[in-house]
Ligand binder design. Structure first.
Ligand code: AMP
Length: 283
């Protein structure tokens, strides 16, 4: 496994793999790798013959009051996990490599960026789309792998790919959870034991929503309220939003008469967690 720090070295390593007839899969990450990331890597290894993992804590997707500086950066541990997982190439650039002096071009994806995370984290998806497009143009992968844990991000990337006619297949990968249901996230490391317990309310809320729909509830506001009640009954939890939305447009729905996405963002102490679940597919 090779580790490269510059876009030039990245291009050269990828070109060598392509010249051997390999297909390239790209897994963009911010590091602090966990089983969720590894499931993306496994999928890439199943579908492509050369897997590139990028590890870059992208400053442009963090707001000024967010956790950019304290975000975990255990690079040696991450590299070892990648090596064990059979990753072919790690791209781990410095901030100056991605955003050199004078950098001034950004990607603004419309529509699906406005609600949910977009409403609470202004500029977040602009930063995400910009760094992902830069990775796409540097690597030109056949496929890129994104977790459904960040469902809105997946939709933003899919929209960018469509709108800009990028010749890259976006592969969604299901959310990987801890045995008790908490969605794996690098930010779970911020939780103290009491908060870790409280964080289970996210998964509980999603399940309450699913159970209500499975039992025949069709009123989206009733479903939303049931999920919100679960969050509000947890003293350490403060919801930013709980929403029942169309899985494609991410616009709120009135009636659950097909698949809907229940999406939520909850603050547990100083840690902001997100989760979601697709429900109602069988009706
Ligand atoms: P991050 O390092 O948090 O930017 O995440 C990098 C990629 O891993 C994104 O596509 C995430 O959606 C995905 N990811 C993060 N957590 C999980 C999880 N628990 N299950 C599946 N994918 C995940």
């Amino acid at each position: 496994m090779e580790v490269v720090r510059t876009i030039e070295a990245l291009r050269a390593a990828v070109a060598a793999a392509k010249s051997e007839g390999k297909t390239v899969g790209l897994v963009p990450t911010m590091g602090a790798l966990h089983q969720g990331h590894l499931s993306l890597i496994e999928r890439s290894k199943e579908m492509d013959s050369f897997t590139v993992v990028s590890i870059f804590v992208n400053p442009t997707q963090f707001g000024p009051a967010e956790d950019f500086t304290r975000y975990p950066r255990p690079f040696e541990v991450d590299a070892e996990k990648c090596r064990k997982a059979g990753v072919d190439l790690i791209f781990a650039p410095l901030v100056e490599e991605v955003y050199p002096e004078g950098f001034a071009t950004y990607v603004e994806v419309g529509g699906v960026t406005e609600m949910l995370e977009g409403a609470y984290r202004p500029g977040h998806f602009r930063g995400v789309a910009t760094v992902v497009l830069k990775l796409f143009t540097a690597v030109e992968p056949k496929r890129a792998y994104f977790g459904m844990k960040d469902y809105q991000q997946l939709k933003v990337i899919q929209k960018m790919v469509r709108d800009l006619n990028l010749n890259i297949e976006i592969v969604p990968v299901p959310t990987f959870r801890e045995p008790d249901g908490l969605a794996m996230s690098s930010r779970n490391a911020y939780l103290n034991p009491e908060e870790r317990q409280a964080a289970l309310c996210l998964y509980r809320a999603l399940n309450i929503a699913r159970e209500a729909v499975d039992a025949g509830e069709r009123n989206a506001e009733t479903v939303r309220q049931k999920a919100l009640d679960v969050i509000q009954s947890e003293p350490l939890a403060k919801p930013d939003y709980v929403a029942v939305v169309d899985p494609e447009t991410l616009m709120p729905v009135d009636c659950v008469d097909g698949p809907v996405l229940v999406a939520l963002a909850v603050r547990i102490g100083n840690t902001r967690l997100i989760d979601n679940m697709l429900i109602g597919g069988q009706s």
